[in-house]
Design a protein around this ligand. Sequence first.
Ligand SMILES: Cc1cc2nc3c(=O)[nH]c(=O)nc-3n(C[C@H](O)[C@H](O)[C@H](O)COP(=O)(O)O)c2cc1C
Length: 389
Amino acid sequence: MDRRKFIEIYGMFFTATTLLSFNSSISEEINDVVIDDKEKRDDYKLLNIPIIKAFTIGLNAPSAHNTQPWKFEIINPLEGLLYVDETKLLPKTDPSVRQIHISCGCFIEALAIGSIGIGFESEITLFPNDLYKHEDIGKKPVALIKLTQNKSLLKHPLFDYIFQRKTNRSVYYSDSFSKEDFEMVKQNCNIFYSQITYFKDFKEIENYKSFFSKAMQIEFNTLSTNEETRRMFRFNKNEAKIQRDGLTFEANGLNGLSLFFAKAFTKNTIESWNNKLTIEKGLANFNKSLDSSRDFIFFTTTNNTLLDQINVGRDFYQFCLSLAKNGFYCHPLNQVIQEYSEMDNIRKEFEKLTKTNEIKKIQMIIRIGRAKKPYKSYRRHIYDFIVQS
Ligand SMILES: Cc1cc2nc3c(=O)[nH]c(=O)nc-3n(C[C@H](O)[C@H](O)[C@H](O)COP(=O)(O)O)c2cc1C
């Protein structure tokens, strides 16, 4: 839905300040640097309709490649439907749409915690029209959400971290996470569905790291997946600001001279992006960050249905918020578990090593630690996500 139509339909619920908040172009003129972070996400506080407020909070959730693969149907001010947006899939990197559904799980959890923060309980019915087939993606809903006002609700302890959590792909400080930290992070969140495994054995970790690095090399050197990343890549500040999704050099942890050179020499063309030198630089940057890490976690489920994927997304997101609460960052390293043919050999080898398979599935792999504050990524405007039945 475009902004004009959104205001036409929902405008009567809006205050003048709300309308101003959507007019980002005015403030963008003032000072790009100062307002940069504020302008990257819509502010739920300026909205009045509870279900739209809750959806707007949900948008802070992470998603694979920052595709934000969601669309919403508003039923009434307290009820709405969440769908996967079938135009935002990653068919090359995520042909099984598994990561898209994990991203939906993250969104649902952000909305559930967020609703409590605005005084509403949320009743979430997953797949209200049953689990669907691939061809039904975008046609059948992932979740029906019903809000009920409850003035006695206390703010959820993880609420504030919805707005602070960020993926951090940069170098992590050495020994910045411990077994005790892991226990603390686990205690501060609710992991309901998946098994989380934390590794401390040096040899085991080094072995896993070599898998993560090789898998990234495959992803870069596979034209179809590397091109899919280019499609989701925003090459300069202006592109990022207009598209409000995808990945950037800054989000990849580049700064200073490396950022300058990456921006100067990498062009948005098939030749430049897939050039040997560009790939080598990207890989070197990834390996530098990977090498700095000693702490890794796997999220595993015993089954691998859409429902499991949604649920592991909810767990992963809770864990991310708890990491943020305790001053830690994480960086997903999912290449080796992806299901496209070029990854088959190494994925199967990795599954053998970890005693998993396509049913008992490792759904998310993350590295954890403390690091410098990262870049804050954009989200599209709420009105972009709303569709009419
Ligand atoms: C299911 C899922 C898979 C992801 N996989 C990766 C990954 O393999 N590598 C990576 O760097 N980031 C990965 N991410 C992080 C997203 O790219 C990130 O959430 C997105 O760019 C938005 O940025 P933010 O988390 O800072 O808000 C993943 C996120 C999700 C939800």
